[in-house]
Write a protein that binds this ligand. Sequence first.
Ligand code: FES
Length: 78
Amino acid sequence: MSPETTESKFDFVCVCTGKDCCKHGAKKILKGYKDIKHLPGSSKRLKVVKMKCLDYCKKAPVVILQNRIVFYAENPEH
Ligand code: FES
């Protein structure tokens, strides 16, 4: 038996709020996404989700956007 699925009415952005990401600006990124209602080109509402460490700490801060990992660090490997 497979579970029933349906297309989400939301887009999701997941912001890592682990220790290293917070040290490198994750809270500011989180606030920035909370001020956005829709992603560019999408009519779906944007849901912002806080995540624990995503295991990319050396490239912090890290976000998952549309199933892609986004590295915001200007100088990764800090
Ligand atoms: S603390 Fe964000 S990836 Fe580890």
